[in-house]
Design a binder for this molecule. Structure first.
Ligand code: ADP
Ligand code: MG
Length: 271
């Protein structure tokens, strides 16, 4: 295992590299990775914006933001003109980490956007005015390949794919890659697949090991060296509405997301 170096401090902030976390399969660690990677990057002095782009609002809740009580969310940025992105962003408990919150309102956007001009680039437009304020913008996509996820892919420079080390993990990845390729061809030529991140790894089972071997055979060095192990500390941190990096800062799960942040900085995915 490489020990990835602690990144040097940045001289200034922005413009952001925008990265979408996508996998149409639910429960693979998209939100957990978004929240904890964002928090780990913020610990390294990066200015980070996490965009909650799932109507379930799990990333908002995971950062302690009660998004159901908010007057404006990312939904308003997509559907109403004259709403300022800066006014919708909220600070979190984590220094350097801001959140663009979502709640169930966002589920209507999937349908309402269909009739709009440039419906695929509504999120990209909303982020334009804040890109220069952050080093990194992470988009926590919902588990589907519908119009909201396409908006996430159009707004992004790169994609991170969390992949659970479980039997059916590879199912659906071809379809995801196909969607990413279509978005590259038709809407966003700059888009790249930055990395695939093995999650839910259970070191005690041969099975987990075999799944990751297969993923590495298929995707080579796109797969991160850092793997996120399965541990109940992650759901515990979610209940506590905190990133694991602050909920259990010395736990191996917190260390794993710091390691992942360092690896992705070393790979050039993040500044
Ligand atoms: P997604 O956003 O892809 O649907 P989540 O990040 O919400 O997935 O994870 C689904 C569930 O699994 C959550 O309850 C979360 O706390 C839990 N979880 C995520 N990562 C891990 C892990 N490495 N070990 C154990 N549980 C995890
Ligand atoms: Mg999620």
């Amino acid at each position: 295992m490489t020990d990835f170096p602690v990144p040097a401090a940045l001289d200034g902030h922005g413009p952001a590299r925008i990265v979408a976390l996508c996998n149409q399969k639910g429960g693979v660690g998209k939100t957990t990775t978004s929240v904890n990677l964002a928090a780990a990057l913020a610990e390294y002095g990066r200015k980070v914006l996490l965009v909650d782009f799932d109507p379930q609002g799990a990333a908002s809740a995971g950062l302690g933001v009660q998004s159901n009580d908010l007057e404006t969310t990312v939904y308003d940025l997509l559907m109403r003109s004259g709403v300022n992105t800066k006014d919708v962003i909220v600070e979190t408990q984590v220094q350097g980490l801001d959140l663009l919150p979502a709640n169930i309102d966002l589920s209507a956007a999937e349908v309402q956007l269909v009739g709009e001009v440039a419906r695929e680039s509504a999120l990209a437009r909303a982020l334009r005015t804040v890109e220069d304020d952050y080093d990194t913008i992470l988009i926590d996509c919902q588990p589907s390949l519908g119009l909201l996820t396409v908006n996430g892919l159009v707004a992004a420079h790169g994609v991170l794919i969390p992949l659970a080390a479980e039997f059916f993990a590879m199912r659906g990845v071809a379809l995801l890659v196909d969607t990413i390729t279509k978005v590259q061809d038709r809407l966003n030529p700059r888009l790249t697949i930055d990395a695939i991140i093995p999650t839910m790894y259970d070191g005690r089972t041969l099975h987990s090991h075999e799944v990751v071997e297969r993923v590495r055979d298929g995707f080579g060095d796109k797969v991160t060296e850092t793997m996120i192990h399965r541990t109940v500390k992650f759901p515990d941190a979610t209940v506590a509405a905190e990133p694991i990096t602050s909920y259990a800062p010395n736990h191996q799960g917190a260390k794993a997301y710091r390691e992942l942040a360092r690896e992705l900085i070393a790979r050039g995915v993040f500044a």
